[in-house]
Design a protein around this ligand. Structure first.
Ligand SMILES: Cc1ncc(COP(=O)(O)O)c(C=O)c1O
Length: 400
């Protein structure tokens, strides 16, 4: 059977190789410490589950309008207005099956073949693949570790060409947990404001998971006119511990939202009927904000602890995470050395040797544009963090 040429554009994820190895070891009964998870280890709050059960009992099992019921659009518009100061109306809102689906639909709706998308690195693994599928071309800008992985204004200016269609910004970020201050974001927004044809994709899905004194700011209202050409992405996955529910949403200018809805009407029609009530409950019930804050506090403690322990490892550097739930240490000093019989060529071989020899699972940074770094999630218990990092310390001692 001949598979479509477009599938050749999508890379096989090398990170999947490492997680497949971790799963195989676990099946054999090996006690693997997993730092790979990209999701909260907390359960969805009960009141949200309850709203879903009630929706089912009341018969919310049929088709709904595309992309969702009007009450959900209204709740999302209100969230954007109250929490982010973004003047979106229900007509400016769409939903999708998670943040990932929302981003994919948006690239499909906005990009023409050859359009360039500026993506700061390190980046979330799916952006480049989605851009390629939509016919776009990725232009990566690498944030230096010395600058906390943040890109500079000069780098942004230099990356802009007449073909630039989208500037993508993700703060707080996966995989490095770095986050821009409102002032830094405003400066980037002022650069973009000079180029009226550039559309901004602001991936704000980690907005609630932010630490220390840092304040969150939505990109769309940081410079005049940007509200008319920014798509703001969010989802319930990380904030409300609802990764499996697949609820994502976008706020943006009506022409883009209409185009996405047109696409969705021929694709998935809408998000699952009975999860829509749960999505409303999460956004409107005060217990939603309380549960997010309880989880955020836990993540902050764990992140601080994991980061401190990582920086104590010999020849490892790590930017302190200011958001999300990831540390992204630099293991480059070990590249070119040997762990047992395995030559450490880059992050994938480091992660494979660490898993085989010390039974710790981490995500290599290769698919995020950094082959000298690995991602560790602190969405796990303090005990696990200590156990895993003790093992990493022993493993590093043996590398020569
Ligand atoms: C930066 C970023 N954007 C989008 C997503 C997609 O989120 P969802 O699980 O809602 O599809 C993720 C998931 O890990 C992410 O890290």
């Amino acid at each position: 059977m001949q598979i479509a040429h477009r599938m050749n554009l999508v890379s096989e994820s090398i990170t999947l190789k490492v997680s497949a190895m971790a799963n195989a070891l676990k099946k054999q009964g090996v006690d693997v410490v997993g730092f790979g998870a990209g999701e909260p280890d907390f359960d969805t709050p009960d009141f949200i589950k309850e709203a879903c059960k009630q929706a089912l009992d009341k018969g919310a099992t049929k088709y709904t309008p595309t992309p969702c019921i009007p009450e959900l659009k209204a709740a999302i518009a209100e969230k954007f207005q109250k929490e982010n100061g973004l003047p979106y109306k229900p007509e400016n809102i769409t939903t999708g099956a998670g943040g990932k689906h929302c981003l994919y639909m948006a690239f499909m709706a906005v990009l023409n073949p050859g359009d360039e998308v500026i993506i700061p690195a390190p980046y979330w693994v799916s952006y480049p693949e989605q851009v390629k599928l939509a016919g776009g071309v990725c232009k990566f800008i690498t944030g230096s570790e010395a600058n906390g992985f943040k890109i500079t204004l000069q780098q942004l200016e230099q990356a802009i060409t007449p073909k630039t269609k989208v500037f993508l910004i993700n703060s707080p970020s996966n995989p490095a947990g770095h986050a821009y201050t409102p002032e830094e974001l405003k400066a980037l927004a002022e650069v973009i404001a000079k180029y009226p044809d550039i559309v901004v994709f602001s991936d704000e899905i980690y907005e609630k998971l932010i630490y220390g004194d840092l304040k969150f700011a939505s990109f769309a209202n940081l410079a005049p006119g940007l509200i008319d050409r920014t798509l703001t992405f969010n989802c319930h996955s990380k904030s409300f511990a609802m990764t499996g529910w697949r609820i994502g949403y976008i706020g943006g200018p009506k022409p883009a939202i209409d185009a996405i809805n047109k696409l969705q009407s021929q694709m998935t029609s809408h998000i699952t009927s009975f999860t829509q009530q749960a999505a409303i409950a999460a956004l409107t019930d005060p217990r939603g904000a309380e549960s997010v804050e309880a989880m955020r506090k836990q993540f902050e403690k764990r992140g601080e602890h994991m980061w401190r322990r990582l920086t104590e490892l010999p020849n490892v550097t790590c930017v302190k995470p200011q958001g999300a739930f990831y540390c992204f240490p630099n293991i480059g000093a070990y590249v070119g050395k040997k762990a047992g019989n395995t030559e450490i060529k880059e992050a994938v071989s480091f992660a494979a040797a660490l898993l085989e020899q010390a039974h710790v699972a981490v995500v290599p940074g290769n698919d995020s544009g950094f082959d000298t770094h690995v991602r560790l999630s602190f969405a796990t218990s303090m005990e696990n963090i200590d156990k895993g990092i003790d093992r990493i310390a022993e493993f590093l001692k043996k590398i020569g």
